[in-house]
Structures are given as C-alpha cells and as structure tokens.
Ligand binder design. Structure first.
Ligand code: SAM
Length: 273
C-alpha cells in the first residue's frame, strides 16, 4: 500500500483522537483499512482513499474512529487499583464527607465497559454493599461502538473468562436464554451513566469528580496531548480527589499539583487540596 494512503488515515485519526500512528506502525493499519474497504464495498485501498478524500460522511468518520482506536480491555485488569479503591480510597473519602452525597467516579476511557463493572464488583467484594450504594459512575469513551457495548453490558464466553472469577460471574451476571451471552445485572447497570467524550476536544467539568480512572489511554498520546488531558483531568477532580492510571503509567514528564499515595500496594495520585 502507498505511504500516502497510510499517512492520510494516520493524520485523520491523529487530528480527531490524538492517537498517533508513526510510519513504523503503518503495518498496524492494514487490517483496519481492509475492514473499511469491506464496509464501503470498494476493492482497493486506492478506491477507499479516493472515497475518503472526496467527502467524509458522519458514518465514514464514526467507523474510521471505531476501527482505529484500540479497545483492548478485560475484567479486573491489573486488580490492584480495584482493591485500593474498595479498601482504601472509598473509605477515606467517606470518612471525610460531612453530607451523605454520592461519590462521583469518572471512567474517562471506559472502552467496552469491563472497567466500570469491575469498579462496582470490586467495591462490593473487597469493600461492602454500603460502599457500593454510595458510588455513581460516569462512563465515557470516544468510540461509538465501544460505548454502545459498554451500555448494553452483554459479554460473550471468551470475554467473561478474561479476568472474571467464577463467583463474580455468578453473582453479577445473568446468562441470556439460548445465547452464549452474559448480561450484567440491573443493580450494577443502574449506577452508571454513559456519554461520548473526546479527551482532546470536549469541554471538561470543573471540580466534579472524587475519582477519575484514566487507564491505558494516554499511552497512545503524544506528550503534548498527554499534558493537556492531564491538566484538564486535574481541573475536573475535586480537591483531594484521586487519579488512577493503568499499570506502568505515571505522571513522569508532567508537572501538576498531585501527590502520589499508596493504598494496598497500588500507587495513585491525589489532587492537592
Ligand atoms: C485500551 S482501551 C482502555 C480501556 C480501559 N480503560 C482499560 O484500561 O482496560 C483505550 C480506550 O481509549 C479510548 N480513546 C482513545 N482516544 C480517546 C480520546 N481522544 N478520547 C476518549 N477516549 C479515547 C479508545 O476508544 C479505547 O476504548
């Protein structure tokens, strides 16, 4: 395939999501471009390119972004932060609260939802039902398709086998009749609201969240965009609120008023009061 075609799609995706595909990564675009070709019934990458160069409809944009984001996720991914949440962070927040207001959690790149349902299952399993009753989650992602799946909350056999212990599957999921699908029970689903949100383009709230989960999304961003997103997340957190990263992610290279704190062997960042 011609570099010009790879570059066109890579530049488009960078402009609209911040996800950076360098020339050395172009081979990772092959299967995605093939899927777009099938979707729009064209036979060659050149024909697809011509289609996109002429005019990009909303459908063409959405499918391109859905395909070029990496939605890899699984239940209880790097379990430590979930234990830290239930055993350390949430009890610490509850203790400081003077009014019985809900604890607002934002999962800012929730992908297909495994992270948000893990937050709730862990809160009850490693914490308590009372603690679960106190949390509300806002789940957002850029990908339309991933977000729709998160909201539907139905997972196939392979997906529930990734990271989810059998006792949690039985407790929190219902098997759909005649289908190989497991559906998250309504009592968990009712604690979440969903919205599409582009971390680079959309307007962030100020001082809203007690906790932000921002895991395995900034690894795809260039340092300037990473700084921008983290500044905005800092502003969106309440003073004393917590920022939770994925394993191996940190604030290295970014200077913001956070303090690193440890709960249950997991390191998280607390916004200075
Ligand atoms: C690898 S998944 C991480 C899912 C989950 N947080 C986890 O750690 O398992 C990365 C997610 O980031 C989303 N994403 C990428 N760029 C984004 C952007 N600019 N704004 C919002 N979400 C974005 C993708 O759509 C994808 O669902």
């Amino acid at each position: 395939m011609k570099d010009e075609i790879y570059k066109f799609f890579a530049d488009y995706v960078f402009k609209h999501s911040g996800i950076s595909y360098k020339p050395g990564d172009y081979y990772r675009l092959d299967s995605r471009i093939m899927t777009l070709m099938r979707a729009f019934s064209v036979d060659t990458p050149e024909a697809l390119y011509q289609l996109y160069v002429q005019n990009i409809s909303k459908e063409m944009h959405t499918l391109l972004i859905d395909l070029f984001t990496n939605n890899e996720t699984y239940f209880m991914r790097d379990v430590k932060p979930f234990k830290a949440l239930a055993k350390g962070i949430l009890p610490a927040l509850v203790e400081k609260m003077t009014l019985p207001t809900p604890i607002q959690i934002w999962s800012c790149a929730c992908s297909t939802g495994q992270e948000i349902y893990s937050i709730m299952m862990a809160t009850e399993t490693f914490g308590s039902s009372e603690l679960l009753s106190k949390i509300r989650i806002e789940a957002t992602d850029l990908s339309t398709e991933a977000l729709a799946k998160a909201q539907k909350a139905e997972y196939n056999g392979l997906e529930v086998q990734r990271g989810l212990p059998a006792n949690l599957l039985i407790k929190y999921f219902e098997k759909k009749e005649d289908q190989e699908l497991w559906s998250v029970k309504p009592e968990l689903k009712s604690r979440v609201t969903f919205a599409q949100f582009n971390l680079l383009k959309d307007k962030y709230p100020i001082n809203k969240y007690h906790i932000v989960f921002c895991r395995n999304v900034l690894i795809y961003q260039e340092i300037e965009n990473k700084r921008y997103i983290l500044e905005k997340i800092h502003d969106a957190l309440k003073p004393g609120g917590y920022l939770i990263f994925g394993a191996g992610e940190s604030l290295i290279g970014v200077t913001l008023p956070f303090t690193q704190v440890e709960f249950e062997g997991a390191y998280v960042y607390q916004k200075k009061s």
